[in-house]
Write a protein that binds this ligand. Structure first.
Ligand code: TEU
Ligand code: CA
Length: 545
């Protein structure tokens, strides 16, 4: 019975630095702001934070376009500020995970600027090609490969008279990992942050790291259902994603992690952003990294039901490789907020689910308050993913609604910033939905529920115990956590994820909300669970309003 590592026993809390806390009143959150809020994580019983990018960037994709991997953007502060953040976090026993964006740089990165001028050794740092010529001799992309925005991934560069490849925005040229110099540069970036004391990395868009070297092969048209009706093209990505070469790169990074781990015996955590199917996703474990389990974030769609959620959880566990540890995600800076996606009344129950499953939960800032999405007009839209689609379609793509400022208290701008105009508007419900109010309320709030759950899940049974599914139907999903053959407490978790509301307030149980209850389960309850008797009766339901 191996002891668990720190990243298996903690919650990971995702901070979007622009939106968390603004220390200097420019309307944009920053590192000092994060440092000033570290006690919040102590209150929440959260032991690890993941910071979305704070590196030097022209902010075309809000930091996911990095122009210097080894410096902090002045908007967010300085390297000193970061070092102080790490120091203060570690003092409180909080681990720090940074975002690592290896697939592309900003077009303002010095490497790209030099590459455009064919300066050695940078000429081959990116994916350049001549393309084809049409009958008038005009340059055309070499193939039909598409960026994430449904248009060609090849961008013409006047100066160099060549195309460069971009999986994302034109301002995010893809690096060429077939060039060993690039691999070495990025290894140095990993070392740089390890030397500054980080405990782990979340690796961005890793599935996109390699493209086939033969650029004259088209991608097959995607056979997504209904694809003909899309205004933009959709392709498969057999030439541009999930290439096995990626795994060698991951192994290289893991080696660097291990060098640091050897020095101070502190394990380092590498978690991979991948929306890929298990067959590919599971390869990352063997390379020394943990993929995010994003299925509940991507494929679980409203309306919720007990059965649907059970099946989704079941799939995640079934698909794990032996000894594979899941890292569950219900939302992030790219995906809708839980309240807007499923309905506000489900947020607490989903937090109960996330925090009582076996695996590392990852919480996007504000979900512990049940934060709501903001309304953003086209004129107010900041996200290029929205802007690029124009005034008619921006709402389908803009990620602004779920990136609104964190709601700390009921003072102006929710205590996020002293600036009258934060970079995105604060949700108007901040007056009643904020950390301060939810901490103080005599009646249990989402925040108090979250903190209680986070404390409860420090019990070994929530970390090591098995998940035993019980009664499940349209409404209820219930399960038990227990360590087989041990005297440790067992817990029964009953979630009402259906269309009926819950009649009772289960104030007798240590952790409860209208739609989710966690109770200590006795042996006889376990027996009844084996007989599939328990679940429904433990959570009385009433027909919806
Ligand atoms: O996202 C990349 C990514 O893989 C997904 O956004 C994916 O393209 C999409 O969900 C398709 O369903 C990362 C970051 O999380 C995002 O914020 C950045 O904009 C992007 O990389 C580019 O760096
Ligand atoms: Ca790439």
């Amino acid at each position: 019975d191996a002891a668990l590592e720190w990243w298996q026993t903690t919650i990971i809390y995702q901070i979007y630095p622009r939106s968390f806390s603004d220390s200097n009143g420019d309307g944009i959150g920053d590192l000092k702001g994060v440092t000033s809020k570290l006690d919040y994580f102590t209150y929440l019983n959260i032991g690890a934070i993941w910071l979305s990018p704070f590196f030097k960037s022209p902010m075309k994709d809000f930091g996911y376009d990095v122009s210097d991997f080894k410096d902090v953007d002045p908007i967010f502060g300085t390297l000193k500020d970061f070092e102080q953040l790490v120091q203060e976090a570690h003092k409180r026993g909080i681990k720090v995970i940074v975002d690592f964006v290896p697939n592309h740089t900003s077009n303002q990165h010095d490497w790209f600027q030099r590459s455009c001028r064919r300066e050695k050794p940078y000429d081959d740092y990116y994916i350049w090609c001549d393309g084809k010529r049409d009958k008038d001799g005009k340059p055309q992309p070499p193939n039909n490969w598409l960026s994430q925005f449904g248009r060609t991934a090849w961008r013409w560069h006047e100066g160099r008279q060549q195309f460069y490849y971009t999986a994302f925005l034109a301002e995010q040229p893809d690096l060429n990992y077939r060039n060993p110099l690039v691999v070495k540069e990025m290894n140095d970036v990993v070392r740089f942050w390890m030397e500054r004391g980080v405990d782990g990395m979340r690796v961005d868009a890793l599935d996109y790291l390699f493209e086939d070297p033969d650029v004259f092969q088209d991608e097959p048209r995607s056979n997504l259902p209904g694809v003909e009706s899309f205004e933009f093209e959709y392709n498969d990505h057999i030439h541009t994603m999930e290439k096995p070469e990626i795994l060698d790169i991951v192994r290289g990074w893991r080696q660097i992690f291990d060098e640091f781990q050897k020095k101070d015996r502190e394990p380092r955590f590498m978690v991979i952003e991948t929306y890929a199917k298990p067959k590919w996703r599971n390869q990352y474990y063997k390379a020394g990294a943990n993929p995010f389990n994003l299925d509940m974030c991507l494929t679980l769609q409203p309306p919720l039901s007990g059965t649907k959620v059970r099946d989704s959880v079941d799939q995640e566990y079934t698909n794990l490789p032996d000894n594979g540890w899941p890292t569950f995600v219900l939302g992030n800076h790219d995906r809708k907020r839980l309240s807007s996606k499923f309905g506000a009344e489900y947020v607490d129950a989903l937090n109960v689910l996330l925090l009582t499953l076996r695996g590392t939960p990852c919480t996007y800032y504000g979900e512990e308050l049940g934060m709501q999405e903001i309304e953003v007009t086209f004129e107010q839209t900041k996200d290029p993913w929205g802007k690029n689609y124009g005034p008619k379609r921006f709402k389908e793509f803009s990620r602004d609604p779920w990136r609104a400022p964190m709601q700390w208290d009921d003072t102006k701008n929710a205590g996020f910033s002293s600036n009258p105009l934060p970079w995105l508007p604060v949700h108007p419900d901040y007056v009643t939905r904020n950390v301060k109010v939810q901490q103080k309320s005599p009646k249990q709030t989402s925040l108090q529920l979250y903190a209680a759950l986070a404390k409860l899940r420090q019990e070994p049974v929530f970390q090591k115990g098995e998940v035993l599914f019980s009664v499940t139907n349209d409404n209820v999903f219930s399960y038990v956590r227990q360590i087989p053959g041990s005297d440790a407490s067992r817990y029964l978790i009953v979630l009402n994820l259906g269309q009926m509301s819950t009649k009772e307030d289960y104030s007798g149980s240590p952790v409860n909300s209208a739609r989710g209850v966690v109770v200590q389960a006795t042996c006889s309850v376990i027996d009844r669970i084996r007989n599939k008797e328990v679940g429904l009766k433990d959570l009385e339901l009433a027909p919806g309003d």
